[in-house]
Structures are given as C-alpha cells and as structure tokens.
Ligand binder design. Sequence first.
Ligand code: NAD
Length: 419
Amino acid sequence: MKSSTSGIFQTALHNFEMSAKRLKLDEAIQHKIEEPRERIELTLSPILPNGKVITVKAFVVRHNEALGPSKGGIRMSPEVTLDDVSGLSMEMTWKTALIDVPFGGGKSGIKADPTKLSPNEKEVIIRSFTRGAKRHIGPEIYIPAPDMGTNELDMAHIRDCISYSEGISITKGCFVTGKPVILGGIVGRREATGKGVVQTILAMCQKLGLDMNDMRVAIQGFGNVGAISAVEVTKHGAKVVAVADICGGVAKPDGLDIEALMQHVKEKGCVKRFKDAKAFDGGRIFDIDCDILIPAATGSQITMKNADKIKAKFIAEGANAPTTPEGDAILRKRHIPVIPDILCNAGGVFVSYLEYTQETQHEQMTLAEVERRLSDRMKKRFNEVFDFAREKRLTMREAAMDIAVSKVVEAIFTRGLLP
Ligand code: NAD
C-alpha cells in the first residue's frame, strides 16, 4: 500500500501516521486501521447509445467499518485511480467519526470524463457501474452519494438500477444518498456541503475576531461545493473576489456577481469568458490577495510550490485532501490556520445521514429542520476541534485527526478484536 504514487492517498496516510504517532497507537492496530477492509477494481463494458462498446475502470473501497457501514461519494473523473479512492475512503472514516454519524469510510470512483459525456452516455456508465458494484452496495455495506463529477440524477439512476435488478421498487433501506427529493432524497442535501463549509467559516471568523463584511474570498472549483460556498459567503456579507475552475480563473476586486457567474457556468460549462471580470490563469488562484481561501476542486492543490504565496488569513478546505503534507508544513510555519477537510466539508455526509434516517422512517424532514441540524452540528464540532487544538497546541488538522482516530480506535476495542 505504501508504494502508492497517488497524492491523495499519500496525504491521507501521512495524516493518519502522524496522528497514530501522537496517540502512541500500537503498531498492529495502526496496521489494521491503515489497510482497507475491501479494495475492488472493476472493468465495465457498457454499450453506449450509439452502439459502441467501451471499457471503463471503476473502483470501490470500504476502508473501516468499526462505526457502521461504509459511506462516501462516487467520483467520476478521467484521472481517478484506485489509490485516490483508497485515500478518500480513509478520509471518510475520519470524517464520519468526527461529525458523529454511525458510518465507516468508503468511496468509489469511475474513470471517465463527465464533461465529455452526453446525459445518455453518463446514465449508461452509471448503470453499468451499479450492476458491476451491486454486491458491494447496500444499506449495511456501502452507501454511495455524489462527489466530484456526479450528481443527484446519477444517484436516481443507481437507485432505479438496483430496484430494477431486484424486480421490486425498493422502498426499504437506503442504498444511496443525495437522491432527488421525489425518490426519497432529503431537501437541502445538494447544498449541504457548501453550507457546512460556510458554517465553519463563520465559526472561525468568530474565534479570530474577523467581521464577515470585511472578508474577501477566493475559491478554487465552482461546482457543487465551490458555487454553494460562494452563494453562502456573499449571503453573510463577504465578497468573492476570485474564482478558478478547470478552464481558468476570473477575478473582480470589488466582488463577483455570483448568481450571474452561476448562470454563465450553466450555459458555457465553466467560468472562462465571464464578462465584467478579469481573466487569470486558474493555477494562480493561490496567489490572489484575499482573506479566506476555499479550495473546493480536487486533491493535492496546495503544495510546496504555492503554499508560501498564499495571502489568506485562513483556509477552509471544501475539497478532500487539497493540501499536501509539504504544503501543510509551510502553512503551519506561516501561521495560516486551516479548517481541515474532514471537518470543513463534513456537512454533506451529515445531511446524507439525515437522509438515511428519513428513509428508514418514511418521513420527510423540512428544510428548516435540516438546516438547523446541519448548522448546530457543524458549529459544535468546529468548536470542539478548535478548542482541543488550542488546549493541546496542535493545528486544527492534527486536533481533528486525533479526535476522529481515537473514536475509531475506541470503537474497534469496544466491539472486540477477534481472538
Ligand atoms: P463538482 O464536480 O461539482 O465540481 C468540481 C469543480 O472543480 C468544477 O468547477 C471543476 O471545473 C473544478 N476543478 C476540477 N479539477 C480542477 C483543477 N485541477 N483545477 C481547478 N479546478 C478544478 O465537484 P464537487 O461535488 O463540488 O466536489 C468538489 C470537491 O469537494 C471534491 O474534492 C470533493 O471530493 C469534495 N466534496 C464534495 C462533497 C459533495 O457533497 N459534493 C462533499 C464533501 C467533499
């Protein structure tokens, strides 16, 4: 496992190993936790609507189930690897423990480019993945959700495909979260991750004595997490001064019109050529003069090459594993606090948990109830991590990791190790 070249995997492993050292974990227990419970590589051969048969690789990793069944999103990207999915699934183990939901860590990946697929082609690939991975999906096994490159319609197709293959309309048990509301989804799930990110930003500003009305925000990634974070920070008085996505960056020092930018992305597919803003090379988002930086794209973006250029007062990790260990060390030296991914973007899995409970109870929660519970949980966990970090003189990432790893270790011992 350690020979991996995946940045995401190396980051997840490094953060765990550092925590294991601080917690003085027994070597055998450390090894047990490091290794995923199940790591599967699938070769799919879907027939596209034009009659062409293609080959698509897909991965499912269930990392640790001491606290409950595996939970984690499906990433669709041409770059995703089995090692990335392993790293992301390990992250989910800590995230679910930290945010206190009865799940373990899981993740899956489909190696395809969603930006180059027609809706019909994407549906065929999603259904092919569901058939291929069906043995590994279920309310007590692994419950997928949207992640980078997938959305609620994809979750609807997964649910339909499972119902279809069982020959019944599944209403009992939650096989997948992040579904459309009409199919048992929960109101507010699509916005939950971004809203949760901003709850942690508000809590951080309060702790640091910063006024949101003075905050200038730069965001990398303008998909689900990035765009919702942009909407929410502006609602709370901040200005979004720069946004970058896979095509490039757009900046406006007195604040971008976020609704208009969202409309532009809907029509053109990315932020490039948005009028009334200055274009810049997207990779330079980390040089932008801002107060809060939100990486909300992909992994390994803040590195030894750019961490010393960051001007933000703090960083809120909307993306998973956006900071490499080398980048993290530089931020630490420069006293730039980081709200770590396993805390910052945990709002999505928290509301997925609400969807899971709602589905077993056959009752719909209201948006007000979902938002109140999300906000309460994010603030509570933020304060717990922030205070623990202060007390133990740790970074927030170290504090979050130590709290989460301790919970998983306690669950392992409480369940009992096999003789
Ligand atoms: P998305 O597919 O909706 O959007 C991804 C965005 O990132 C797009 O704007 C894309 O152009 C941009 N992007 C991708 N690669 C990039 C690169 N190399 N440089 C610059 N921009 C790039 O994905 P999402 O659901 O918003 O997820 C974004 C991140 O948040 C991922 O790391 C994901 O794992 C994490 N996350 C998502 C959720 C969720 O509920 N969707 C929950 C927790 C964490």
